[in-house]
Write a protein that binds this ligand. Structure first.
Ligand SMILES: C[S@@+](CC[C@H](N)C(=O)[O-])C[C@H]1O[C@@H](n2cnc3c(N)ncnc32)[C@H](O)[C@@H]1O
Length: 198
């Protein structure tokens, strides 16, 4: 199923995030996350990739990186990268994400959380993919979907009131209980492929 017929967005939260001690923190944006995740988002046809950080210094820094990828020279030298990075939207809060999607699609998104830990009432990739296919076939104005990914030690449970659906963790051959702490960049690529890959 192509994402093109479904408005899907990738969201990377830098707040509210937990650190190794379980405290709520704001993490720093990384250059790798900007580039690698935007390439995955573009490959699987997502309509946007929101970076969410309330820190103004980070906006300045990321703004400078994004400005570099909007220059004519970058367009000439690295057109593929420019095309991917053009999906990035830098915002301060998750409320900004919802407002942008509401403005574009006229409705709030379905918010889908990802996590390496098993959380209650999670849905398998096969089942959620089937659901999205059914929605696509039923036509009309499909509800936008935002896939939310964390940084640091993962998304704080203070974010859970925003969440409508939770995807099951990705596991390797060790299965539930085995090592499955993926980088967020790998997690995004695997999850987009499971939901939308050919
Ligand atoms: C906790 S952050 C770790 C960030 C880390 N500092 C890095 O290098 O990417 C990783 C995020 O990727 C996703 N993730 C990682 N492993 C996962 C898994 N096994 N199943 C589902 N999502 C996973 C979740 O969104 C999680 O919040």
């Amino acid at each position: 199923m192509s994402l093109r017929s479904l408005p899907v967005y990738v969201v990377l939260l830098h707040h509210p995030i937990v650190n190794r001690k379980g405290a709520i923190v704001t993490t720093a944006v990384t250059n790798m996350d900007i580039h690698d995740i935007s390439r995955s988002a573009r490959t699987y046809g997502a309509q946007g990739y929101f970076l969410v950080t309330p820190i103004l210094d980070q906006h300045e820094l990321v703004g400078r990186i994004l400005a570099h990828w909007r220059t004519e020279e970058s367009r000439k030298q690295h057109p593929d990268r420019v095309e991917a990075v053009s999906l990035v939207r830098l915002v301060s809060t998750f409320e900004d994400v919802k407002a942008a999607i509401r403005a574009k699609h006229g409705q709030d998104p379905e918010v889908v959380l990802t996590d390496a830990r098993p959380l209650p009432k999670s849905i398998s990739y096969a089942d959620y993919r089937r659901e999205l296919e059914e929605r696509r076939h039923s036509g009309g104005n499909p509800k936008p979907v935002v896939l939310v990914f964390g940084t640091g030690w993962g998304v704080s449970d203070t974010f859970y009131p925003e969440v409508h659906r939770i995807l099951a963790p990705v596991y390797g051959p060790e299965g539930n209980g085995g090592y499955n702490h993926l980088s967020v960049r790998s997690a995004v690529a695997i999850i987009l492929d499971r939901l939308f890959g050919l």
